[in-house]
Structures are given as C-alpha cells and as structure tokens.
Ligand binder design. Structure first.
Ligand code: SAM
Length: 270
C-alpha cells in the first residue's frame, strides 16, 4: 500500500489536513523552546514532515497500515532518530506521563477522542504546551472565558493552569475527506502543573445541569447553609448560573468547602 491508495478509516477519525496554509500556521504558532514534540495521529505525515524540520518528534499512530507508510516515508528521519513512531493506541500507553521528558503536543487530533487526549495532556506534568486541531466547538470550550455560554469545566480546568487562544478557524474544505463540522487550531500554554484533582469533582457538580442555577447544582451535594455563607461572602446572587462564575471564584468556593470538610474531619477526630 502507498500514500495514494489509502482509504480513510472513519473509526479512527481520519480526516487528512491538505491545506498547506493551515500547516504553516500551525508551525508558526509553535512555542519557541527546546521541548520535544509529541504528535498524536501523524496519519500520512503531512504535518510530521514540517515538524521534523524544526524538532525531533515522538509520534503515536494507531493505524498499522499508516504506520508502515510512515516508516517508509520517513526512513531517513527514523534512522537518524529525528522521528520515532509508536504504533498503537496512544491512550493505552499513556501512564501519568506519555514520555519521560518535557514535550509540547502538536497534532491534528482524531476528533472522537480529542477532549480526552487534551485533558490527559493538561494533567501530564511532562506536557508543557498543547497546539492542536479539533472540531471548532471543542476548541471554543477550551478557550472560553467567563460569561460565555460555552464557559464550563474545560475552560476552567484550562484557565486554572494555562493560557489559551484560538490560532485559526479551519473550514471542512481544508481536509480530505471533509469532516461535517468546522475545525480550529488552538494553543494552550501551561504556566503551572495540574490543580487538585478534587477541584474537577466540584466542577462536575457545578455544571451537572449547566442551565440551572449554581446554587441548585451545588446544593445537590454540598451543605446548603455553608453554600449560602459562601455566596454571601463572594457577593453572588442566588440566580447566578455556573458559566457566570470566574475561574478564581471557583477556586475560592473549592477552598472554602475543602476547609469546612477538613475542619469537620478534625472535629470528629477522623
Ligand atoms: N495528522 C494527520 C493530518 O493532519 O493529516 C492525520 C490527522 S487525523 C484527523 C487523526 C489521526 O489520528 C489518524 O491518523 C488516526 O489514524 C489517528 N488516531 C486515531 N485514533 C488514535 C489513537 N487512539 N492513537 C493514536 N492515533 C490515533
């Protein structure tokens, strides 16, 4: 099999990026540092060929047919250790860190697992920056700011440890085959490591029913009296919705609730 006879496999989310101007914009947006590049889903290698020109690349590709094509296309880069290809499902080889050195994730991700991959990369202490293409709707969630309808757990988790921005919106015509949705490249630059894992638990409760009030969601799980005190302290009305509360206020809510729980634990001697 060669590059020209490949039929895209839907089950692996294969939409190959053909628009060279978008490939250039990805390369231009790459953070300037000495980190290794991790590419998830190199596909036919259209982005990979630009990446190996700039840095050494660790790639993860699930499709064995594509792995064979990549191995012959990039024989020279593999021999000189500029490129290493891991053939298999990236999620299966992802322990707490995907590789054991600092890296930036640069990829046109398989859309069906893009959110999961980005959350794993955000939690991975070795991952320093994330420059990826996903469907536009997902990109907007990771880059949302307080007050926007799409501001939710993904935006808050991101803002807690990083800055994020959309680099470029990309129409379906940039790909072969064309996806049904618009896409976007976005950049997340980490400023610190992942916040407390339990904080994400609070967010799940806060956004359980995103259109209900924050008080209604939180009071399903947390003590209403303590919540009323928190709302008073933070000057929130009872009608405030989850997307209208800022990332720093969520951290304040979390810290107060945590302090209360710890206090109660100490009082009972547990
Ligand atoms: N990077 C190429 C490009 O821009 O043309 C291909 C991008 S395509 C949207 C997604 C790629 O991810 C495909 O090559 C697909 O086979 C690969 N892929 C899908 N699921 C994967 C997984 N679990 N682990 C590693 N690669 C995966």
């Amino acid at each position: 099999m060669n590059k020209n006879s490949v039929v895209a496999k839907k089950q692996f989310g294969q939409n190959f990026l053909k628009d060279e101007s978008v490939l250039h914009k990805i390369i231009q947006a790459m953070p300037n540092n000495d980190n290794k590049i991790v590419e998830i889903g190199p596909g036919l290698g259209d982005l990979t060929k630009f990446l190996v020109d700039v840095k050494s690349v660790e790639a993860f590709e699930v499709d064995t047919d594509l792995c064979k094509i990549l191995q012959s296309t990039f024989k020279k880069e593999i021999d000189t250790e500029r490129l290493h290809i891991n053939c298999g499902d990236v999620l299966e080889s992802w322990e707490s860190s995907l590789i054991d050195e600092p890296y930036d994730l640069v990829a046109n991700l398989p859309y069906y697992i893009a959110t999961n991959i980005i959350l794993k990369a955000l939690a991975d202490p070795m991952c320093k920056n994330i420059l990826v293409m996903t469907q536009l709707e997902v990109a907007e969630k990771f880059c949302a700011t307080v007050g926007e309808k799409v501001f939710g757990s993904l935006g808050i988790i991101t803002q807690s440890i990083a800055t994020s921005r959309i680099v470029v919106k990309v129409p379906p015509t940039a790909f072969d085959p064309q996806p049904k949705v618009d896409s976007a490249v976005f950049l997340i630059q980490k400023t610190k490591d992942r916040s407390d894992e339990n904080f994400e638990g609070l967010l799940r409760v806060a956004f359980k029913q995103p259109r209900k009030t924050l008080m209604k969601n939180l009071s399903q799980v947390y003590d209403k009296k303590i919540l009323q005190e928190i709302f008073e302290k933070l000057d929130f009305t009872l009608t405030v919705r989850p997307h209208q509360v800022s990332t720093s206020d969520y951290h304040q809510i979390y810290n107060i609730l945590k302090g209360n729980l710890d206090g109660r634990r100490n009082n009972t001697g547990n």
